[in-house]
Design a protein around this ligand. Structure first.
Ligand code: SAM
Ligand code: SF4
Length: 440
């Protein structure tokens, strides 16, 4: 999300005539877009910002993002920072940064920063924010305080941005929000008969509309909250030929008592049943040609038969939440063994000022947190390897992301698996941003 926000910010600055530089220690203007989800992210700016001012005392430093409103952070960095701005105030940057510059209009709708035209980093893959903020208030999480309540972008705007990207040749559209699957909007076209009762559309409807945009591209989305993963959404995924068979479904803990104290709104059993349902619908029930698996002419003509990989499941989990006992942690181990994740981001609990859990004693020792993380990592390595081995000898569609060296490329499958491609037709000079069929 911060990455996408930065692209929008870069779009605003470019419109005002700023030129981009890769050297943050020599820039006249540095905007640090901060993350405050964990202490480790916060710590990074305590080294970075003083260093920027030391190397170039004349630089103007602006801090935005999660930490821009934290009083303690402001006090600590007061003498190095010229201005603190929330991310929603990005549209006012032009007035604040450049009093000396002529005022220009920077977008059609200045009240909504998500509608700012971004300066996309990639030429083939784009993050498209569909909303901002969160209403869930998980007890450990700073996001509802840092980003505010949920606001969703009108579907009309989202579809217009994607159509434009696809027209420009983009091959991967990544829809992002704190919880994509609680998305709501008005029907973009009143003649559309999606839900005539209340004229509202949900995330499944939006996905179906994006899938309906003409062109050869993949659709990904993240992240999905387990409590909002509806049957309708699963069915839409199974039917949408451009929708990648990959679900990023943070579980956070495998123990019901811990989940309750985290305020997650589901049990471990609910989660296990949900994953079973997703796997059944996306792997067993649908014709092989569907779900992120469009068969295009180049695939039809390919000498290999293109294999359709099973849906991949990625998660987030926190170890050492206040009061998490060994027995409760064992339930997270059990859940990892049961689900057999393809990928997981495991974090050690980090107390965040202002959150409900901040009042609880952070009583799981650091070494114990590390130990628990290592145990989960071990299971993850085993299950991910077993899942990856199913690809051996199969030919899959890969979107190439970069060149490693002559004849060697790196890309990803629709399921988000990293693929290193060797000796791929050396005569082709640039595969970046192209779909290729690769035998694993
Ligand atoms: N909205 C998503 C969800 O509900 O799962 C997650 C968004 S959160 C910004 C990203 C991840 O950071 C979380 O899934 C969680 O695992 C981790 N995280 C958030 N707060 C944390 C904390 N206080 N300590 C450790 N990890 C944390
Ligand atoms: Fe919202 Fe909870 Fe996700 Fe934080 S972890 S962004 S509070 S759903």
């Amino acid at each position: 999300m911060n990455y996408a926000d930065s692209e929008r910010l870069a779009g605003v600055l470019e419109k005002q005539g700023y030129k981009r530089t890769d050297n943050k220690y020599q820039s006249d203007l540095v905007i640090v877009n901060t993350c405050g989800v964990r202490q480790s992210a916060e710590n990074r700016i305590y080294g970075l910002i003083p260093k920027i001012k030391k190397e170039h005392p004349g630089a103007k430093v602006i801090v935005t993002g999660c930490l821009a409103e934290r009083k303690d952070v402001k006090r600590r960095l007061e003498k190095y920072v010229d201005e603190w701005l929330t991310i929603n105030a990005i549209t006012n940057y032009q007035l604040r940064i450049t009093n000396e510059m002529p005022k220009k209009n920077i977008g059609s709708d200045n009240s909504n920063y998500l509608n700012i035209r971004p300066l996309y980093e990639s030429k083939f893959s784009a993050f498209v924010p569909i909303g901002n903020g969160c209403d869930n208030f998980c007890s450990y999480c700073v996001v509802p305080y840092a980003r505010g309540r949920e606001v969703y972008r009108p579907a009309k705007e989202i579809l217009a941005e994607i159509k434009n990207l696809v027209k420009r040749g983009y091959k991967e559209i990544i829809l992002i929000a704190q919880n994509v699957n609680s998305y709501k909007s008005q029907i973009p076209n009143p003649n559309d008969q999606i839900n005539s009762k209340n004229k509202q559309i949900d995330f499944a409807d939006l996905l179906r509309m994006v899938n309906g945009i003409k062109g050869d591209f993949w659709i990904r989305f993240l992240t999905s909250h387990p409590k909002d993963m509806s049957d309708k959404l699963i069915k839409t995924m199974a039917q949408g030929e451009k929708i990648c068979p990959q679900v990023y479904l943070p579980v956070q803990a495998g123990d019901n008592e811990v989940l309750k104290r985290m305020n997650r709104g589901y049990t471990a059993d609910n989660y296990i049943k949900l994953v079973k349902k997703i796997r059944h619908s996306l792997n067993d029930q649908i014709p092989a040609c569907l779900a992120g698996r469009q068969v295009t002419n180049d695939q039809k003509n390919s000498e290999f038969k293109i294999w359709q990989p099973p849906v991949s499941i990625t998660t987030d989990l926190i170890v050492g939440f206040p009061g998490e006992t060994k027995q409760q942690f064992d339930n997270s181990l059990k859940l990892f063994r049961t689900i057999k994740f393809d990928m997981a981001y495991i974090s050690e609990y980090s107390p965040r000022p202002g959150t409900a859990a901040y009042k609880l004693a952070d009583n799981v020792a650091r070494v114990e947190k590390r130990n628990r993380k290592d145990k989960l990592d071990k299971i993850l390595r085993r299950t991910a390897l077993a899942n990856n081995k199913k690809y051996l000898g199969k030919t899959v569609r890969v979107l190439v992301e970069k060149r490693i060296k002559a004849g060697e490329w790196f890309g990803k499958t629709a399921t988000g698996k990293d693929v290193r491609i060797k000796n791929y037709e050396l005569k082709i000079t640039n595969l970046i941003g192209k779909f290729v069929n690769v035998k694993i």
